[in-house]
Ligand binder design. Structure first.
Ligand code: HEC
Ligand code: HEC
Length: 285
């Protein structure tokens, strides 16, 4: 997969890890470094009372650096989110197993993966695999609050990274609805203007998103779901939101969000990825 390249560049770490997390990590390293420096002096000072000798200084630096490196390796290992995302992205999804896992999703996202017309449940059909995988990993790592889905997203219930890959592969076989929930349609010119100025550079001119960069497809998503996400991105409630996007919409008013969500819900996904009107998923009839 192309995203493997992207993942290996570790860029994804910056999208995923909340800035505060990274800050505390580095703060921890710094304190540990200071602590080790003191510690190494404790016994190096005994060996050579003149701690200022060049060799003594060098030994101290070397010792603290070695320990610091050792610690950073350990702490890298305790990043389950990174690992799970990487593992699920690297795994080859099995559609047949994915169909079994998908049974857990139907009660909310529907047999077609279209979500609901009140926007309570998003349409997941047509979403980029990388986005589906990342959002599930984020939800179960507690990086994106979703109390409704959280219990189902547990490893015990839906399985490990391979199951995430499997269900994502199955969702990949589903086409999108052509009839998402729309807004009132009274402010579309404003929605269009805002979208092209502020959103299209990442989400694409047609709201198609970007599989490689984990940018969600927005076109054809339910109005109320998009509206709710925008409010939560602005307030910080959606904690895994892209920081540039969050900053960019800080001054937006409710009317701006409504216009945007309305415009986005009306953006038509390519015909090849939409289902005929009235289509039902034969796997669950
Ligand atoms: C009990 C209801 C429920 C079940 C079951 C459920 N979900 Fe969800 N899911 C939700 C809700 C609610 C949201 C949106 C939360 C929000 O508004 O932020 C969501 C969001 C998502 C998203 C993020 C969509 C996006 O565009 O960011 C994905 C992906 C997802 N679910 C996949 C699944 C999969 C796969 C399953 C089955 C293994 C599943 N869900 C089962 C309720 C559920
Ligand atoms: C710098 C790139 C960038 C810009 C600019 C940007 N977004 Fe996003 N957007 C993202 C990323 C990345 C995500 C996924 C966040 C995550 O889970 O890490 C996202 C998620 C979303 C979601 C949630 C989608 C879902 O399926 O849950 C909505 C809605 C959204 N963006 C709307 C907008 C709108 C409207 C604008 C313009 C005002 C905008 N974005 C500008 C990168 C961007």
């Amino acid at each position: 997969m192309e995203n493997q390249e992207f993942l290996s560049e570790m860029k994804v770490k910056n999208i995923m890890r909340p800035a505060t997390n990274r800050f505390y990590n580095w703060l921890g390293f710094y304190y540990f470094y200071v602590f080790i420096k003191k510690l190494s002096c404790l016994f190096l000072c005994k060996i050579s009372p003149q701690t200022t000798t060049p060799t003594g200084e060098k030994m101290k630096k070397l010792l603290s650096l070695t320990l610091l490196l050792g610690l950073s390796t350990i702490s890298m290992a305790d990043a389950p989110l990174d690992n799970e995302l990487k593992q699920a992205m690297a795994a080859t999804g099995n559609i047949k197993n994915g169909k079994q896992v998908f049974k857990l999703c139907i009660v909310c996202h529907g047999t077609e993966g279209w979500g609901t017309i009140d926007g309570n449940y998003p349409q997941i059909a047509g979403q980029h695999p990388s986005v589906i995988i990342k959002q599930i990993a984020d939800i179960r790592a507690g990086n994106r609050d979703n109390p409704i889905m959280f219990p189902i997203a547990q490893i015990k219930v839906m399985g490990g990274p391979q199951s995430i890959a499997d269900v994502t592969a199955y969702i990949g076989t589903l086409k999108m609805t052509r009839k998402p929930e729309l807004g009132k349609g009274d402010n579309l010119a404003k929605g269009e203007k805002l979208f092209y100025r502020k959103c299209a550079e990442c989400h694409g001119a047609n709201g198609q998103g970007d599989e490689k960069r984990f940018y969600p497809r927005l076109a054809g998503q339910h109005y109320d779901y998009v509206l709710r996400q925008l409010k939560w991105i602005q307030s910080g409630k959606r904690r895994n939101a892209n920081k540039t996007m969050q900053k960019r919409i800080q001054k937006f008013k409710l009317a701006d969000f409504e216009a945007l969500a309305d415009y986005i819900s009306r953006l038509e996904p390519p015909k090849e990825i939409t289902a005929p009107i009235g289509w039902k998923n034969p796997d669950f009839q």
